[in-house]
Design a protein around this ligand. Structure first.
Ligand SMILES: Nc1ncnc2c1ncn2[C@@H]1O[C@H](COP(=O)(O)OP(=O)(O)O)[C@@H](O)[C@H]1O
Ligand SMILES: [Mg+2]
Length: 257
């Protein structure tokens, strides 16, 4: 499934003033790719994801999945936000099963899918807990399992680990890499964290701010079986430094515009 954005722009209207959040963004996400988009706060990352999710409509350009225009949300795209997307009154397993209620599946298949994704995300032991009984990291596991259970063509991640402490964040980074390798799903993730983008991505796109636009992109030629030790290799540190330079340069050009 190929996701394509062609010359996508987004203008918001706020108190009678127009604000251009994205300006002429063109991107192709190929099947099986893990594309990370990095940019400063306000560079349009969440706007980009909500357009791909079909929650908002671009004011210019076109977004297609395998050539079909995106006209609204759908089970072909799974979405995970930073926090707060769970139903507090539903148990873990019923939160995960929620996505499936919209799909025509028989009971046995529903059960099989929920079990598989609970196991994959390490939640089998807390399946009957409520979200408030879980840690922040576990809550994000539930959000990820719920997005994956529909087996979407593209997993959309909006800074999903941004509110977690460093250790939990690294556990979650390893988990999402594992899921990506196990399922072969296509991932589009936005983050302000360059280290995270380099560690997770097969390719990184840098967004400049005001208005949000593609400033640079680079592929990440690190091995597929990445572990935390990868973050200490020279190849990783060099990639990280060069992308941090790109982010800094795009920020400066944004400021002087
Ligand atoms: N609903 C909205 N109405 C008006 N302006 C918005 C809205 N959502 C985002 N913006 C503005 O668009 C720009 C991009 O925001 P956003 O996509 O949230 O960036 P990011 O996720 O990278 O922090 C910001 O300047 C923000 O203030
Ligand atoms: Mg955001």
């Amino acid at each position: 499934m190929t996701l394509e954005l062609v010359d996508v722009s987004m203008d918001y209207r706020l108190h009678g003033q127009q604000k251009r959040a994205l300006d002429g963004v063109s991107l192709t996400v190929s099947p099986g790719e893990f594309l990370c988009v990095v940019g400063a706060s306000g560079s349009g990352k969440s706007t980009l994801l909500s357009l791909v999710a079909g929650l908002t409509t671009p004011t210019g350009g076109e977004i297609t999945l395998d050539g079909h225009p995106i006209t609204g949300p759908g089970p072909d795209r799974g979405l995970v936000f930073q926090t707060g997307s769970l139903y507090p009154w539903r148990t873990v397993e019923r939160n995960v099963a929620f996505g499936l209620e919209l799909l025509a599946l028989d009971t046995a298949e529903r059960g099989r899918r929920v079990d598989w994704y609970l196991a994959e995300t390490g939640l089998a032991g807390v399946r009957r807990s409520l979200p408030r009984q879980l840690s922040g990291g576990q809550q994000q596991r539930v959000a990820i399992a719920r997005a994956l259970v529909c087996e979407p063509d593209v997993l959309l991640l909006d800074e999903p680990f941004g509110a977690l402490d460093v250790q939990t964040k690294e556990d979650m980074q390893l988990l999402i890499r594992q899921i990506w390798r196990d399922t072969g799903t296509t991932v589009l993730m936005v983050t302000h964290d360059v280290e995270e983008a380099v560690f997770l991505g097969t390719r990184v796109v840098v967004l400049a701010s005001d208005p949000g636009r593609v400033a640079a992109e680079t592929s990440i030629p690190l091995p597929d079986d990445r572990g935390l030790a990868t973050k200490r290799t020279l190849a990783f540190l060099n990639l990280r430094a060069s992308i941090e330079d790109m982010v800094r340069a795009s920020h400066r050009s944004g400021v002087t515009r």
